[in-house]
Design a protein around this ligand. Structure first.
Ligand SMILES: Nc1ncnc2c1ncn2[C@@H]1O[C@H](COP(=O)(O)OP(=O)(O)OP(=O)(O)O)[C@@H](O)[C@H]1O
Length: 261
């Protein structure tokens, strides 16, 4: 299987703070990774590197066969689908749902004067249909509920038919039904062999979609453990990651954890 991501001794330093320290991590084609860790662990920073939005201060970051620093990131980025709160913040309030998805073709967040082919419009519509949003294509993005916004952002991330899909906290702000709907949809996406390699960042074990194959556990800018989910997502590793004794439950491909008493 081809390598999609290959980080070797990657560190990110800002001022006097080490955001990431000596990260070694490989993601291969067909793998579906969950990145778990407490607030401030460095998960979003890691995703920024994986998405070619940030360069390492030290070390080598290989993304889709290219090395960051030796490639035009504007050519690389369309090959990576990204859904994140910081990207969503750049979407103009009045932009309609269809354009939010369509503009991903040009790596833009708002429509200006660029022309789109019928084929692009059809793909955007099909993706919105797949994500349950076909009745809202003309609605301004700002009027959507949080769950609807999250689904539009994922449709957008898939617009360029990426080889790598990065989802930063796609379940944040969703109610229970919204979360369960999203988990089911992501599980379906994960099961599709045609889907790109996936990396999903979350704090919550309940948000891990069944079918995800690997887990990366992070704490204080470093890796606690990484590998196949069945061997790596253990009570011991989880307790070390969140720095508290945790009891882990796994049932039907779903996970949850509570503090040990
Ligand atoms: N430009 C910066 N300068 C200094 N510190 C930064 C900068 N960007 C991020 N940090 C810090 O780096 C640490 C890691 O941030 P990051 O957003 O990657 O963590 P995270 O695991 O995604 O956290 P959360 O779960 O809260 O979103 C945090 O302590 C954050 O405050």
């Amino acid at each position: 299987m081809n390598e999609v991501l290959g980080l070797a001794d990657v560190s990110v330093v800002r001022g006097r703070k080490d955001l990431l320290t000596d990260i070694n991590w490989q993601v291969k084609e067909g793998e579906r990774w969950v990145v778990l860790g407490p607030n401030g662990a460095g998960k979003t920073t890691l995703l920024q590197i994986a998405g070619a939005r940030m360069h390492p201060t030290r070390g080598l970051a290989g993304v889709l066969g290219e090395v960051l620093g030796a490639v035009d990131v504007f050519e690389l980025r369309p090959r990576i689908g990204l859904s994140s709160a910081s990207l969503a913040n750049h979407i103009p309030e009045q932009e309609n749902v269809l354009n939010v998805v369509l503009t991903a073709s040009y790596g833009m967040t708002g429509r200006w004067r660029e022309a789109y082919e019928k084929l692009d419009e059809r793909r955007a519509f099909t993706l919105l249909h797949d994500w349950g949003m076909s009745t809202m294509i003309n609605r301004p993005f700002s009027t959507l509920s949080e769950g609807e916004r999250k689904r539009v952002q994922i449709a957008r991330a898939l617009m360029t038919d990426p080889e790598l899909l990065l989802l930063d906290e796609p379940g944040a702000g969703l109610d229970l039904a919204g979360r369960e709907d999203l988990v089911a949809r992501l599980s379906e996406l994960a099961a599709d062999e045609e889907s790109p390699a996936m990396v999903l960042v979350t704090h919550h074990l309940e948000e891990i979609p069944p079918g995800f194959t690997h887990v990366l556990l992070m704490r204080e800018g470093g890796i606690v453990a990484a590998g196949p989910i069945e061997d790596t997502l253990t009570e011991e590793n989880l307790s070390e990651t969140f720095n508290m004794p945790l009891s882990l439950r796994a049932e039907g491909g779903r996970f949850s954890a509570v503090a040990k008493r």
